[in-house]
Design a protein around this ligand. Structure first.
Ligand code: CTP
Ligand code: MG
Length: 215
């Protein structure tokens, strides 16, 4: 792919925004009954712990969808009312509507086969589905992360560097792949970017009193 690094950074960052928001929102809106129902694993420790709640899971997933829909809507609007900004060339706009990736994805091919291809023609709906799928996968990754942490004897809320910052990214990207078969470059640049942004967001949350732990 003859894309410049800046283009890859910009594309992939816009692409993963629903994932970032979907992962952050449970900190603000989560709470209530834990997903594991308070149950313990055979090692005597909680399956997931009190940090993984049903409300956090669904609010994060839905918020991811809303962010995806908003981004798609915003780009549609920008592309019709404003002169095209320097990096938002035609290719990028097409990619933001996920079109050139979309058509090679297995979900698109399946929907086409059952004559539901029209579903993909609405960019806001497509952005919503993309964000929803990505955030859902990300939150599954977050649960897997907590499961691994509990099995490793790490208490709820204590950090596990790399797993905390990247588990949700990897799972979110895997889940969205059937819909949007992203470029390998995207994950390569997002591993360091998402890592740094996740830590920065947590430090911000800590110093503003939103959360009790710095990481
Ligand atoms: N949260 C939630 N439901 C989720 C994920 C997160 O309610 N599915 C909320 C919890 O209040 C949690 C906070 O968001 O404490 C921060 O999330 P995270 O750092 O992922 O959880 P931890 O409390 O650190 O727990 P763990 O050690 O299991 O990661
Ligand atoms: Mg944590």
């Amino acid at each position: 792919m003859a894309e410049s690094l800046i283009q890859v950074i910009l594309d992939s960052t816009i692409f993963v925004l629903p994932l970032w928001f979907g992962n952050a929102i449970p900190t603000l809106l989560g709470g209530g009954p834990p997903i594991d129902g308070g149950r313990y694993w055979s090692d005597g420790k909680r399956i997931l712990g009190d940090g993984k709640t049903i409300r956090g899971f669904w609010t994060g997933t839905i918020f991811g969808g809303v962010v995806g829909g908003l981004i798609a809507g915003l780009i549609t609007l920008l592309s019709t009312v404003l002169p095209v900004p320097i990096y938002l060339d035609d290719n990028l706009i097409l990619r933001l509507f996920y079109q050139d990736f979309l058509e090679s994805g297995i979900l698109f091919q399946f929907f086409s086969r059952i004559n539901l291809r029209g579903f993909f023609s609405n960019s806001i709906l497509l952005g919503f589905s993309t964000g929803l799928l990505m955030a859902f996968g990300g939150l599954i990754g977050d649960l897997i992360g907590s499961f691994i942490k509990r099995r490793s004897g790490i208490e709820r809320g204590h950090p596990f560097i790399f797993l905390d910052q990247l588990g949700f990214l990897v799972l979110g990207m895997i889940f969205v792949y059937p819909l949007i078969p992203w470029d390998i470059e995207w994950i390569l640049v997002q591993v360091p970017i998402t890592f740094v942004v996740h830590i920065a967001a947590n430090l911000f949350g800590y110093f503003t009193g939103i959360q009790d732990e710095p990481l």
